[in-house]
Design a protein around this ligand. Structure first.
Ligand code: HDE
Length: 718
């Protein structure tokens, strides 16, 4: 895309940026201030005077610094970027930003959790928001999606009920950012339409490793409209280039304490380091004449279209390449709205979407203090805005002229109305007939079929995690009847699932299935089928103490960083550790982090380099041993070079065979038969005399697999 279009938003924001680097401190009205530490008072120990305007203004502004947090999705992190289509989508839509592969459109994306308040932890079990604002030449288009393709309810009128049920309970405001409590399960067990999305919530999708490794979905069926007025139903998907990957529940809980900003930090640091998050926009297109060809209703937001039924069409790429300058001004004040659409993109009658089209505008009015929130820099379109709207709190524009009405003659009829063939938004025409009625369509009635599809499509380890999650959540429910009702609902999804959950929560297992499992699967739903193969941006801890083999550390650093990973040397203390005598001399090794500040849950993989003295010291250090054992428990790749294998041996990792001294021949590592490397379920070791580079290559391959679930101990718990 020509640079000017990609940077249109950046340039528009520039005049609003204040670097505070010119002139002295002043009041908000610009008067220079020489003392901001002492208020004006009568004598040194006397009362403060009201006439100290600086004091009053400073404190008053402070008193008013907070605005209401979002009623849902309060905690989030945002970034700017750009989007470019691969090819023109003229056949399906007239949306200008989807016409020309040479044109890039600036975007702002905000990721979020849903239930927690602004200061809650990132790695809670929850849906993640994935909201994108495209600053197009035809105005802003907001694709306000989630990382699940389905939602808990079918009609927007239920949204306050759902949110009240999942939020902290009103009498004591507990628990924070968690669905594991009575009211959530009370509501869901009485609301079978929630069962499909609850299944997603109990899966690892609800604890993403990173916002960069998470899918996004528009959820509703929307409509694309081309220049001839032909509509095509569409589901929007964002597919991360790095694949979709998740944490382990126990790990997620530990991270919530060790680094509550885990996902936010990851997003920020990746962009700062130039590892720009990337997502492919994909569409599922359904011709209007096929509206009724599915065994569910396209207007029902609790259903997805299996990718095997309607394949994903990749249509463009989004790259996030710039962090905001000010969290409040940009990430907090960004205002998304499902009804921010551009010509060529339209709605359907999905009752959830229809309700959202009301709610998002309404909520910005209270949250951002009035009707002029679109004038806040992050929200301003890059296209020209010409309205007859005037005044209101926070008005920033100086609208010149006498006429703020249409029609007028005094201003020559300006602004003139846009003609449909000159870019005006034309609502898609649809004939609707019928009596006003409060009734859900019968075509929305199947609440369990797709939950079964999801369950059937999971790998064994995913099923184990789901069972463990239900047990955890329901284990926090204090009402036996709510537990029982939920098990009964699960029995409508799958009998084995219901039985396994019941057995963990003290509920009598159902005697027989409520319905027969239909046996259908959709492999695309399983994280096990998400692409792997890259170690880019994976964080690898290299454990060291005095006497570490510096050549090993250097080889690890070079090879891993060469593949785009982020290796870090950890030791008991910051600074340096002495290296072992060896070919690389006695140069000390720089320590990147003290082990006490960076828990193993914050890394993707752990490696123990050689060096007799270092390995012995690590073996004597409880936290170093815990580091490796915890990484093992969470299925993370682990490697040992040279003497490092002794630390793994001392830990006696269950069910793991390590390379043995002199057993180089015939081992089964990455380098082929006889390479002397053992990769036993992601624990990589080399026999004596084996070239460390071979071990490191096998280690990198193990990292690219993300996790090694066959030794995941969370699994056996279920
Ligand atoms: Fe939202 N939702 N929502 N939602 N939603 C909000 O708007 C609402 C739904 C989503 O980063 C609120 O500005 C209703 C589905 C995201 O700023 C509010 C219903 C999906 C964000 C609101 C839904 C979403 C919100 C709160 C049921 C996925 C964060 C603050 C009909 C497709 C946007 C705000 C950001 C935020 C209402 C259901 C996604 C109150 C009534 C389904 C990503 O307007």
């Amino acid at each position: 895309m020509p640079d000017d279009e990609a940077s249109a938003k950046r340039e528009q924001l520039e005049p609003s940026r204040d670097h505070q680097d010119e002139g002295p401190l002043t009041t908000a009205s610009g008067t220079p201030v020489d003392d901001t530490d002492n208020s004006l008072r009568v004598s040194e120990r006397g009362p403060t005077l009201l006439e100290d305007f600086h004091f009053r203004e400073k404190v008053t502004h402070f008193d008013h610094e907070r605005i209401p947090e979002r009623v849902v999705h309060a905690r989030g992190a945002g970034a700017y970027g750009r989007f470019r289509p691969y090819e023109s989508l003229t056949e399906y839509t007239k949306a200008d930003f989807l016409q020309d592969p040479a044109r890039e459109t600036p975007v702002f994306v905000r990721f979020s959790t849903v239930a927690g308040s602004r200061g809650s932890a990132d790695t809670v079990r929850d849906v993640r928001g994935f909201a994108t604002k495209f600053y197009t030449r035809e105005g802003n288009y907001d694709l306000v999606g989630n990382n699940f393709p389905v939602f808990f309810i079918q009609d927007a009128v239920k949204f306050p009920d759902f949110v009240h049920a999942v939020k902290p309970e009103p009498h004591h405001e507990m628990p924070q950012a968690a669905s594991a409590h009575d009211t959530f399960w009370d509501f869901c067990s009485l609301q079978p339409e929630s069962m499909h999305t609850v299944m997603w919530l109990m899966s690892d999708r609800a604890i993403p490793r990173s916002y960069r490794m998470m899918q996004g979905f528009g959820v509703h069926t929307f409509r694309l409209v081309n220049a001839a007025g032909r509509g095509t139903f569409v589901k929007f998907h964002w597919r991360p280039t790095l694949g979709a990957h998740s944490l382990v529940w126990e790990e997620a809980q530990a991270i919530a304490g060790k680094d509550p900003d885990f996902n936010r930090r990851d997003l920020w640091e990746s962009i700062e380091q130039g590892d720009f998050p990337e997502y492919e926009l994909c569409l599922q297109l359904v011709p209007e004449e096929d509206e009724f060809r599915f065994d569910f209703d396209l207007l029902d937001a609790t259903k997805l279209i299996p990718e095997e039924t309607v394949p994903l069409l990749p249509v463009g790429r989004m790259i996030l390449d710039r962090n905001p300058d000010n969290f409040f001004a940009e990430t907090e004040q960004v205002a998304f709205h499902t009804a921010h659409v551009v010509p060529g993109i339209d709605f359907t009658n999905d009752p959830l979407l229809q309700g959202r089209n009301f709610s998002y505008l309404d909520t910005q009015l209270i949250r951002l203090g009035g009707p002029n929130f679109q004038q806040i820099p992050v929200n301003r379109p890059v296209s020209t805005v010409t309205t007859t709207q005037r005044d209101g709190y926070g008005q920033q524009r100086i609208d010149v002229g006498r006429t703020s009405y249409t029609p007028n003659s005094l201003s020559g009829g300006c602004p003139a109305l846009a003609a449909p063939d000159a870019g005006a938004y034309a609502h898609h025409q649809e004939r609707v007939d019928g009596a006003t009625i409060k009734k859900r369509s019968d075509s929305f009635a199947d609440h369990h079929g797709q939950a079964t599809l999801f369950w059937n499509s999971m790998a064994d380890w995913e099923k184990d995690h789901i069972v463990a999650a239900y047990r955890f959540e329901l284990g926090k429910v204090t009402f036996a009847e709510v537990r029982e009702r939920t098990v009964d609902q699960l029995n409508h999804i799958d009998h084995t699932l219901a039985t396994r959950v019941a057995e963990g929560i003290g509920v009598p297992p159902p005697k027989e299935p409520a319905v027969a499992n239909h046996g259908r699967t959709s492999p695309a739903l399983s994280l096990a089928n998400s692409p792997t193969g890259s170690i880019a941006t994976r964080r690898v801890a290299i454990l060291a103490a005095d006497g570490v083999d510096a050549a090993h550390v250097e080889a690890l650093r070079d090879a891993l960083a060469g593949g785009g990973a982020i290796p870090e040397v950890l030791a008991a203390r910051d600074g340096e550790v002495r290296s072992a005598e060896g070919p690389s001399g006695t140069e000390p090794v720089t320590v990147d982090r003290a082990m006490s500040t960076m828990a193993s849950v914050l890394y993707d993989a752990v490696c123990v380099p050689g060096g007799v003295e270092s390995v012995r010291a690590l073996g004597d250090d409880g936290s170093a041993r815990h580091y490796v054992a915890e990484a093992f428990k969470h299925g993370k790749p682990i490697a040992a070079l040279g003497e490092g294998v002794e630390l793994l041996r001392a830990l006696a990792l269950p069910g793991v065979r390590l390379a043995t001294e002199g057993a180089g021949e015939g081992e089964d590592g990455d380098g082929g038969p006889g390479d002397g490397v053992v990769d036993e379920r992601g624990v990589v070791t080399g026999a004596e005399g084996v070239d460390v580079s071979t071990v490191i290559t096998a280690f990198a391959d193990a990292i690219a697999c993300h996790r090694h679930w066959d030794r995941d101990t969370d699994r056996t718990a279920a």
